[in-house]
Design a protein. Structure first.
Length: 190
């Protein structure tokens, strides 16, 4: 792979790092709010780089929207991040610390709400492919609304804080617009 350069200008934060990689990242976290497009982007990146895709939803949730016990969830994530290459979608500080590249989809709430409505329509009474069985969206609509509403003030600051604490070897790409998403997608799929 040839060296790739992508620099995103970010006027509200100084934590974006220039992506100038002579080797494609092998451990990639796609993170962001519910409905931000994490799974879609993660699958595109996985296919483009021929790296296994994993959804944290399969670890966090068990059949019937039961949460996986914390110790079991932590063990599964630990095993997953030990693999030499992966593209993972979801929110996990444990995964974030292990990633070569962290991509934050920082999409406005209104867009996340609209995407969740569109997704819910298709999976209202059945599980999405990346979820365990018996996890229809209709059972968690209110929870999703709370997650989307609270993400910018509760989770996003923690993700950005972890980025500032990350090593120089970890790259970060902060996507806020469709144009930035397009630039990233073109960069990663070259």
């Amino acid at each position: 792979m040839s060296t790739r350069f992508v620099t995103m200008m970010n006027k509200t934060s100084n934590i974006n790092k220039t992506l100038s990689l002579s080797v494609a990242p092998q451990r990639i976290l796609i993170t962001g709010n519910a409905g931000s497009g994490k799974t879609t982007l993660a699958k595109q990146v996985s296919t483009a780089l021929d790296i296994p895709f994993h959804s944290l939803d399969r670890i966090v949730w068990q059949e019937g929207w039961r949460k996986t016990p914390a110790n079991e969830r932590q063990q599964q994530i630990e095993e997953l991040v030990q693999e030499p290459s992966w593209v993972i979608d979801g929110v996990s500080f444990q995964v974030q610390e292990s990633a070569d590249l962290v991509v934050l989809l920082d999409i406005p709430r209104r867009a996340c709400f609209l995407r969740v409505i569109k997704r819910n329509w298709r999976y209202l009474f059945k599980s999405r492919p990346e979820l365990p069985a018996n996890c229809p969206e209709i059972r968690i609509i209110l929870t999703l609304c709370k997650i989307i509403w609270n993400f910018p003030n509760k989770v996003r600051p923690q993700i950005l804080s972890k980025v500032q604490e990350s090593s120089e070897n970890q790259h970060f790409y902060h996507i806020k617009t469709k144009q930035e998403l397009l630039v990233f997608t073109q960069w990663i799929t070259r």
